[in-house]
Design a protein around this ligand. Sequence first.
Ligand SMILES: CC(C)(COP(=O)(O)OP(=O)(O)OC[C@H]1O[C@@H](n2cnc3c(N)ncnc32)[C@H](O)[C@@H]1OP(=O)(O)O)[C@@H](O)C(=O)NCCC(=O)NCCS
Length: 253
Amino acid sequence: MTAPSLSWNSPPQTLILPSNAVHVWRASLHVSASDLRTLEGTLTADECKRAERFYFQKHREHFIAGRGVLRNILSRYLGREPDQLRFCYNSYGKPTLTEEIGAEGLCFNLSHSHGIALYAVTRHREIGIDIERFRPNVAVERLAERFFSPREAAALCALPEHLRKEGFFNCWTRKEAYIKAEGKGLSIPLNAFDVSLTPGEPAELLRAESHPQETSRWSLQVLNPEPGYAAALAVKGHDWELKCWQWCPMQVV
Ligand SMILES: CC(C)(COP(=O)(O)OP(=O)(O)OC[C@H]1O[C@@H](n2cnc3c(N)ncnc32)[C@H](O)[C@@H]1OP(=O)(O)O)[C@@H](O)C(=O)NCCC(=O)NCCS
């Protein structure tokens, strides 16, 4: 797979997030029992209730770890304790920080797949992130016909066969990241916009029915979280710089 190489560094003790910065954090959700308990202790009652609704223990634990790590990461920018943070949700389920905790314009989004989570954090701009694990035996042409726009499906079929799986996951994660940045879920029809997908070419929003200028308002970025996974980031605007951090369990306080 040909995603450009990014380095996932340990974060500095004091995190500075200027308005032209985007930070992406990578975390494993396979945490120890004691870290899981600590993370769980930072969740609100409604998050604990949500966790209880998962049928499989693994999914329950990943939800708890995912939320706990989110709280841990955001608290580092806000100088607040993780359990003091409060989230609200738009009508499509996108979480944001409530204003009363003094969110300082902090915007975030997260995505998880098979034990890996990515968190995107910035200020005063819409942001969306998506990670997917490459699955073997994916009927890429059939799924593309169902979920992609006609232009995307044609671009996928034009690829040589050995690049199609990568092209497929490029397209899937870019579409998801854009939809998640907009925060309106699948009320944005998947065929109402096109993204690039050819391996080795830049990630771009190529067309959006919603507004003629929409394509120039957004930037898309490929991420390489881990071998076997594809990921993409969608950010409003172009004047931003990316830093990638590795979240470590030792940072649970
Ligand atoms: C709900 C949705 C965000 C799904 O995401 P997903 O890929 O299943 O899950 P991810 O791990 O990427 O993201 C989940 C996180 O996004 C956040 N989220 C939830 N609703 C969201 C929304 N409307 N917008 C942005 N973020 C949202 C939440 O923090 C959630 O994590 P949590 O539930 O643990 O708090 C939405 O985009 C969806 O339903 N997609 C359908 C999939 C599809 O058909 N995709 C086609 C792509 S071609």
